[in-house]
Write a protein that binds this ligand. Structure first.
Ligand SMILES: Nc1ncnc2c1ncn2[C@@H]1O[C@H](COP(=O)(O)OP(=O)(O)OP(=O)(O)O)[C@@H](O)[C@H]1O
Length: 252
């Protein structure tokens, strides 16, 4: 699997005089096989970082390398087979009139991969769904099952890196744990590298080896998961964020 190096990533969004420097200058490195979290308040730029890495946004400054190769220098096919994204909302990310078979078949067709039926069946098995689900449509699936299909779609091209943008926050609490367990097992078995955006430090604690605390488009501190236990953050904002989360957990 591959490491990710983000160096001096910057982007302005909006047009003309209204353009806002959303990410002034972000740098971080994720080891191969690591789960690296991005946390911070709403609007701090976490999703924007993922959208730049995946080239959903293109007009950014700086460099993003995966396994030493710049994502900009990869062709679309190579990039899709290197990095895939899973979105927050499985309702929005699956086409309502496309069966699971179509969802999983399309990337195999576009990338001209062989053994398509076998790969589709394996992808469903990997995410804990029965093969019969190939003939279901999104409205015939629960929220958790939809997110499993979205994960299967991301994995079917056998990427090295998964970008996870709040992958459980649209789901019921009981289902959230199932999806986190699935993602965690897949990483343990296959060694994927994850970058996980979450506003929930309990999710980060469960999933991540290290995490970056973001504020106003900047990384204020990178911490080990262990820092959550005794709140050993040194930056004021990171310490406040962790304290607020601990206080919230104790109250709920
Ligand atoms: N297309 C756009 N044009 C202008 N501003 C944008 C655009 N997309 C995002 N922004 C702004 O960029 C900032 C960062 O947004 P982003 O979605 O990356 O934050 P986030 O930390 O992921 O927030 P959340 O947790 O709410 O998803 C926000 O202030 C947002 O309003």
């Amino acid at each position: 699997m591959k490491s990710v190096e983000v160096t001096n990533l910057g982007i302005a969004l909006g047009h003309g005089a209204k353009a806002v420097n959303i990410l002034p200058d972000v740098s971080f490195t994720v080891e191969q096989g690591e789960c690296f979290g991005l946390v911070g308040e709403s609007g701090s730029g976490k999703s924007t970082v993922l959208r730049c890495i995946s080239l959903l946004l293109e007009h950014w400054r700086g460099t993003v390398k995966i396994g030493g190769a710049s994502v900009r220098d990869m062709g679309v096919i190579e990039r899709c087979r290197t990095v895939q994204m899973v979105f927050q909302d499985p309702y929005g990310s699956l086409h309502p009139r496309h069966s699971v078979r179509t969802v999983l078949y399309e990337p195999l067709r576009i990338h001209n991969l062989d053994r398509r039926q076998e790969r589709m069946e394996q992808a469903l098995r990997d995410v804990g769904l029965p093969i019969s689900f190939l003939d279901r449509f999104p409205h015939q699936l629960s929220g958790g099952q939809r997110q499993r299909v979205a994960i299967a779609r991301a994995l079917i091209l056998e990427p090295d890196v998964l970008l996870l943008d709040e992958p459980t926050s649209a789901l019921d609490v009981s289902v959230q744990a199932e999806i986190l367990n699935l993602l965690s097992d897949l990483r343990a078995r296959r060694g994927y590298t994850y970058i996980l955006v979450s506003h929930d430090l309990a999710v980060v604690d469960y999933m991540c080896d290290r995490f970056a605390v973001m504020r106003s488009g900047e990384i204020v501190e990178v911490l080990d998961r262990a820092a959550l236990e005794n709140n050993s953050a040194t930056h004021d904002y990171a310490r406040e964020l962790i304290s607020a989360s601990i206080a919230y957990d104790r109250a709920s």
